[in-house]
Design a protein around this ligand. Structure first.
Ligand code: DGY
Length: 310
């Protein structure tokens, strides 16, 4: 039982709140519960005014919040780590299989009626066994993805990340796999058959995957991104996919979201795009909202947040 007396404004509908509505609604508030669909920047903080004590985002990522400005104004910020790790890891494997096994093309031939009789190389994809997988960002989600890859008998897992992990050995009843110490980014690009991006969006990772990164990848490389769209330069990715510089890409995140209907990436057979579904399970979302509300109430009561960003 948590004690908190507060006036809560509940809005009708589940559509995205407009910027104008947010600016109007936040004025004078002590707490703000938000999602990653809004940039919480100076404009919003100014609109809220000096009452604002705490911000709680229903997400693990907090790149949509101006953290430095919040610190300057002594506003606490909470997020929802850990509870969506499994959901995002499962989705990452789903996106990888969808991309590697050309499931998007396969579904479209079934739906359009162009399913022809069995042919030797028709819709052949790539299998995961014996592949070298590079994970960019071996945090909670990256590690959960690595654990699931063990079941697919991958050959080796490489990683890059901002912090060095002690050697990790993954094992289940049939297999053991040791993740070697981190490698430099270029080694990962050159050696991986599959690259999976699980890192946070930071000034260092913004635009990390551009022309030179795609050029350094193997021609058969499958590129998967379930972190943030801005980690990728999308026009460079488009060029790499049309020129077959890499084999295929699977994206759960794009810039912007939603991606415009006529966006060039949507026309490519070798690009699978999901509408940011990483944490979209009932289980994860229930936990995320529970934690977010707990963070908010703690912040309003001037107590330490259960899951602070800083
Ligand atoms: C997050 O919480 O940051 C995820 O991107 C949501 O899917």
């Amino acid at each position: 039982m948590i004690d908190c007396r507060a006036e809560i404004e509940i809005r009708d509908g589940t559509d995205r709140i407009s910027r104008e509505e947010l600016i109007r609604g936040v004025a004078g508030c002590h707490g703000l519960l938000c999602t990653l669909t809004h940039q919480i920047n100076k404009e919003i903080l100014d609109a809220a005014g000096p009452n604002l004590m705490t911000i709680s985002t229903v997400s693990v990522g907090f790149d949509h919040i101006d953290i430095e400005e919040c610190k300057r104004r002594n506003i606490t910020v909470g997020h929802t780590p850990a509870v969506l790790t499994e959901a995002v890891a499962e989705l990452t494997i789903g996106l990888l299989l969808t991309t590697a096994r050309r499931v998007r093309e396969a579904l479209s031939v079934v739906e359009s009626g162009s399913w022809c009789s069995w042919k030797v190389l028709w819709l052949c994809g790539t299998q995961l066994s014996n592949k070298v997988v590079g994970i960019v960002g071996l945090g909670r989600i990256g590690l959960a993805v690595a654990k699931r890859l063990l079941a697919f008998n991958v050959n080796k897992i490489l990683y890059t990340g901002h912090s060095e992990k002690a050697e990790v050995t993954l094992s289940d009843t049939d297999a053991t796999l040791t993740i070697a110490p981190s490698v430099d980014f270029n080694t990962l690009l050159h050696q991986s058959d599959i690259i999976i991006v699980c890192c946070a969006l930071t000034p260092e990772t913004n635009g990390l995957f551009g022309e030179s990164a795609f050029a350094a990848m193997k021609k058969n490389c499958i590129f998967i991104n379930t972190s943030r769209g801005k980690v990728v330069n999308q026009s460079d990715l488009y060029n790499a996919l049309v020129s077959n510089e890499i084999q295929a890409a699977g994206l759960d995140v794009t810039t912007p979201e939603p991606l415009p209907v006529d966006h060039p990436l949507k026309k490519l057979k070798n690009c699978v795009i999901f509408p940011h579904l990483g944490s979209a399970t009932i289980e994860a979302r229930n936990e995320m909202w529970t934690i977010a509300v707990r963070n908010l109430i703690a912040g309003l009561n001037n107590e330490p947040l259960p899951h602070p960003v800083y």
